[in-house]
Design a binder for this molecule. Structure first.
Ligand code: SF4
Length: 346
């Protein structure tokens, strides 16, 4: 299929079946596209919608985001996961205000230089937000292109990635670029799905190489497997018996950076020693079954240890680090910790 025919087929399909009512498609601006694209990384559309709406209600523009504290940002992000995205968003907003007078840059180079904005996200912001011709290559687009052209191998491989960028660049039209890029993302998300793609209704199925050769299940190849390492720790769920838990604010770096969480220890003895130092009676310590939370790069196996102090006024360590808080969605807790504390409190 000639490039023009491919574009025509994709755009024709979009006119009939493309998604046009997602919240970030209304009043489309580079800022709204940016927030949605960051939230949509590794996260399903249905999950993102309520987060996007809450986030935009609180931070309607770059200035409001840049002026806010990171605590406010992370509280609205809690539960979405991949918290580095929120940190980068906040840092980038400040840079945009300081160096770009509050306007998202309109060049690929300047956009890609901002924290958390890769080449595909920059392409989406430019094309969807400003109608500037720029290719994109997110997971959905990679899948469509790999299958249509019969490209074997893992798309994350640098050699294959380069080939896909060249292809995406060549196929991206000069007119209706926003619709075309949106169409390619929608096509991957709704027709050329990972499993059971709807090839019979696909606008580019006529000359799809994977379909023709019966290799749909094999293309694109999955990432070469690697065994995730396991980290282990004990978490102290210290509660005052009135619904509050002793929580510590984590450093702004690493996993769960900037969120509130439970004090962590390498071994159970350290928990007893810590409680002893704070004059906390832990003779009623209750050991709950081990839980696992999987991050992209390791498994965290943690054993929750519950201690009920019955005291409201137990001041522990530096007040700037720890606080007695009632767990809920608004304070910025990692989802597995909120779930655990809700169960303990019930
Ligand atoms: S024909 Fe099937 S495999 Fe090929 S691009 Fe369309 S949906 Fe994907």
């Amino acid at each position: 299929m000639q490039h023009e025919n491919f574009q025509r087929a994709v755009l024709g399909w979009f006119d009939q079946y493309g998604r046009t009512h997602l919240p970030w498609q209304k009043e489309r601006t580079p800022y709204r596209v940016w927030i949605s694209e960051i939230m949509l990384q590794q996260t399903q559309v249905g999950t993102v919608i309520p987060y996007f709406e809450r986030f935009l209600a609180r931070f309607p523009d770059v200035e409001s985001l840049a002026e806010s504290s990171f605590d406010e940002v992370i509280a609205l992000w809690a539960g979405l996961g991949y918290y580095a995205r929120a940190r980068n968003l906040h840092r980038a907003a400040r840079i945009i205000v300081e160096r770009h007078r509050g306007q998202l840059p309109t060049s690929l180079e300047e956009l890609s230089a901002l924290p958390g904005i890769g080449r595909s996200t920059a392409g989406a912001i430019l094309s969807l937000g400003s109608g500037i011709r720029a290719p994109i290559l997110d997971g959905n687009v990679k899948r469509v292109l790999c299958r249509h052209r019969g490209i074997e191998g893992w798309p994350g491989n640098p050699r294959i990635l380069e080939k896909l960028w060249e292809l995406s660049e060549a196929l991206t039209p000069s007119i209706r670029v926003a619709d075309y890029n949106q169409a390619m993302m929608d096509l991957g998300a709704t027709v050329c799905t990972k499993r059971n793609p709807g090839c019979s209704t696909c606008p580019v199925g006529r000359d799809c190489e994977a379909f023709r050769s019966g290799r749909i299940d094999a293309i694109p190849a999955t990432k070469p497997r690697r065994t995730l390492p396991v980290k282990r720790c004990f978490m102290l769920a210290l509660t005052n018996g009135h619904g509050a838990f002793y929580l510590e604010k984590r450093q702004n770096v690493g996993v769960w950076g900037g969120l509130w969480s439970l004090p962590e220890f390498d071994c159970e003895e350290d928990v007893y020693a810590w409680c002893g130092k704070q004059h906390i009676d832990c003779s009623n310590l209750e050991r709950l079954p081990q839980r696992r939370h999987t991050f992209s790069h390791y498994h965290l196996d943690f054993v929750p240890l519950v201690v009920r102090t019955g005291s409201d006024h137990c001041q522990i360590g530096e007040p700037s680090l720890g606080s007695w808080l009632i767990p809920n969605e608004t304070i910025g807790l990692p989802a597995p910790i909120l779930k655990l504390l809700t169960e303990i409190a019930d």
